[in-house]
Design a protein around this ligand. Structure first.
Ligand code: UGA
Length: 434
């Protein structure tokens, strides 16, 4: 069986390398020719821990190849994983144009039986549209099946997640499709749940939306903590000790970002509304998340009063640690606001600065990128922490204090124990605790 991967973003690339690691022969394609050229030379265009090593390994074994030619990839493959993007449109629904284009290309190149597997996060009922599109455009009698196999990997731990899945969801319409996918994932037999396609599609959207709800819930509780003597870290711990609630995804902060949660919660809201289901619960979670930025900036103003011409160090640009991805990162809006108020912004991130420069090019003295966190905090009137990179947790606080003009930290990720950091002489603002 030869597996085709269409789209080599975070999901597609990890899936391609992961499936090759499972021993399958993989051919991957992308419409970004530069990306394919890099991959052909053995260069990984994103930062994802462990991916480079695994890629070199499967490449050396000859299990993975790349082509810029979508038609050739389709013709060569027996099973096709569709991993193209489904970005949000202005009204919050998912833009399905890339999936539609791929479906038409598959129709044009249907030279033998193929199983088409949706891997991208798609609205429930997408498989119906893919199937209809292929049937409308296909030129041969060759048959095909559709399946849904949503991806649950997290950026920053994607390789580990792929190779150690909690569950593998397989949504199929018949035994032939089911058996092919069971064979592909035979190493993870005890993790597989087989459902119908609508169910599999909804499991993905429901999972992401539920996790986003959990984060918005804890952030709402953090707001209550800030008006009382309660401490959000202990509230989260106390809640999380109940196994029905669980300890994960109860970290209060400046809200969820990334290419998934903000988009998926809006898309599921839209789907529900189109189906006549009242979706106020999810709309509220999204609203709470958007309000995190305003509340954080309020803290910054409370600490600094006027922001104009104040030197503000910003540590952490990616939407979460261990990735260079800045999509929907809280840093984007916060830096935008600091720029609007004409602060002097000094930025540092271990991996995401190149991506951020595409959005906010360097503009001294108003916006400067620094090679180390210590350079970034020099002479700053305040330091904002926006991403919980380990490097920030481990920074030399006394050195930071000596470098800063005013030792003020506004921490959007609760990295430090307030009483301890204050003992060192910092004025410290955090989330949901005093
Ligand atoms: C998320 C899901 O966790 C994956 O299971 C899913 O496969 C993926 O989306 C996707 O649909 O492709 P990801 O966006 O990579 O993964 O990152 P998460 O670790 O889930 O974090 C998302 C956001 O929530 C980050 O901005 C993070 O800072 C924030 N977060 C997370 C919190 O604010 N508090 C928490 O307790 C946990």
């Amino acid at each position: 069986m030869k597996i085709g991967i269409i789209g080599t973003g975070y999901v597609g690339l990890v899936t391609a390398v992961g499936l090759a690691e499972l021993g399958h022969q993989v051919i991957a394609t992308d419409k970004d020719i530069n990306k394919i050229k890099k991959l052909e030379q053995g260069i990984i265009p994103i930062y994802e821990p462990g991916l480079e090593e695994l890629f070199s390994k499967v490449r050396a074994k000859g299990l993975i190849s790349f082509t810029p030619d979508l038609s050739a990839a389709i013709r060569a493959a027996d099973v096709i994983f569709v991993c193209v993007g489904t970005p949000p449109t202005a009204d919050g629904s998912a833009d399905m144009s890339q999936i539609e284009e791929v479906a038409r290309k598959i129709a044009e190149n249907l030279n033998n039986y193929k199983l088409i597997v949706e891997k991208s996060t798609v609205p429930v009922k997408t498989s119906y549209w893919i199937k209809r599109t292929i049937n409308l455009y296909k030129k041969t009698e060759a048959i095909f099946d559709i399946a849904s196999n949503p991806e649950f990997l997290r950026e920053g731990t994607a390789v580990h997640d792929f190779l150690n899945p909690d569950r593998i969801i397989i949504g199929v319409e018949n035994e032939r499709a089911r058996d092919i996918l069971l064979k592909i994932y035979e190493n993870f037999q005890d993790k597989i749940l087989v459902t119908n396609i609508d169910t599999a599609e909804l499991i993905k959207h429901a999972s992401n939306s539920f996790l986003a709800l959990k984060i918005s819930f804890i952030n709402l509780m953090a707001n209550i903590c800030e008006k009382t003597e309660a401490d959000i870290e202990q509230v989260a711990l106390g809640m999380g000790l109940d196994p029905r609630i669980g300890r994960e995804f109860l970290r209060a902060g400046i809200g969820y970002g990334g290419s998934c949660f903000p988009k998926d919660i809006k898309a599921l809201t839209k789907i529900g509304e189109e189906l006549g289901v009242e979706m106020g619960l999810l709309r509220e979670a999204d609203k709470i998340n958007q309000d995190r930025i305003r509340l954080f900036l309020e803290k910054v103003r409370r600490a600094l009063w006027v922001l104009k011409e104040k030197r503000i160090a910003v540590l952490g640009l990616s939407f979460k640690p261990n990735t260079d991805d800045i999509r929907e990162a809280p840093s984007l809006k916060i830096i935008g606001e600091l720029r609007r108020e004409v602060a002097l912004v000094q930025l540092y991130d271990p991996k995401a600065m190149d991506n951020m420069k595409q959005v906010f090019p360097e503009e001294p003295p108003y916006l400067v990128y620094h090679p180390t966190l210590y350079d970034a905090v020099k002479d700053a009137n305040a330091l904002l922490i926006l991403t919980e990179w380990d490097e920030f947790r481990q920074m030399d606080l006394l050195r930071i204090k000596n470098l800063m003009a005013n030792p003020i930290i506004i921490d959007g990720r609760n990295l430090f124990e307030p009483s301890e950091i204050r003992k060192l002489g910092f004025e410290y603002y955090c989330i949901g605790r005093r």
